[in-house]
Design a binder for this molecule. Structure first.
Ligand SMILES: O=P(O)(O)OP(=O)(O)OP(=O)(O)OC[C@H]1O[C@@H](n2cnc3c(O)ncnc32)[C@H](O)[C@@H]1O
Ligand SMILES: [Mg+2]
Length: 196
């Protein structure tokens, strides 16, 4: 299996969580990061994720992972979804709540899509993780994206109010990374990989 991976992302908070999650468990995986702003297309979350990973592999010339996070409102059939970053920037936490005024349900899910490419020209493989919850008025530190307005079901806390260890055991990102980890561990050891 791999014990090192290149993660291409421009988001320092994502990187911190990915490193924390992958350092846990029986086979820790070391992350080398590259901060590149990669253009993101429109489409389904899987199309957006695969395209970004293809571009990342071309740019870095190596095997790499990328990650896309979507915040999906049940009342809006899954939108804003992969476009959440732009909504967050333009309307903020209050706007993310106001968008649901008049709708009977505040249900939402956080969807994390990791894409892994074995290198330039190698078709990316997708690993998804989903955590269900609801959109609430902001509570907790406003450090990472929309953490303060997303309350996972059954917790009574927003992501922002949780200690990082708690978020990292139930988050969309954690669930996707568990699948990626299982896949990487199942790969045969080759010249490019290092036996652990
Ligand atoms: O370079 P990349 O990896 O694309 O980093 P990004 O910040 O552009 O990330 P996305 O394109 O996936 O957009 C996701 C948006 O959701 C935010 N976000 C991602 N994960 C989050 C989490 O676990 N909690 C709160 N906000 C999150 C993030 O700050 C972005 O505004
Ligand atoms: Mg992005």
């Amino acid at each position: 299996m791999f014990n090192r991976l290149v993660f291409v992302t421009g988001n320092a908070n994502k990187l911190k969580e990915v490193k924390a999650i992958l350092s846990e468990g029986g086979h820790p995986i070391e992350i080398d990061s590259q901060s590149l702003e990669i253009p993101e297309i429109q489409g389904t979350t899987q199309e957006v994720a695969k395209d970004k990973c293809r571009r990342a592999a071309e740019l870095t010339g190596t095997a790499c992972i990328t990650e896309d996070t979507a915040l999906c409102y049940a009342a809006l059939n899954g939108l804003p979804g992969p476009y959440i970053k732009h909504f967050m920037i333009e309307v903020g936490h209050e706007g993310l709540n106001n968008m649901l005024v008049g709708f009977p349900t505040k249900a939402a899910w956080a969807l994390c899509t990791f894409a892994y490419s074995a290198g330039p020209g190698s078709e990316p493989i997708i690993f998804e993780g989903r955590t269900d919850g609801s959109i609430v008025p902001a509570r907790g530190p406003k450090v990472f994206g929309w953490d303060a307005v997303f309350e996972p079901d059954g917790t009574g806390l927003t992501y922002a109010e949780m200690p990082s260890e708690q978020k990292n055991k139930l988050s969309h990102r954690y669930k996707a990374l568990e699948k990626l980890r299982a896949y990487l561990q199942s790969l045969p050891v080759t010249e490019d990989t290092h036996a652990s």
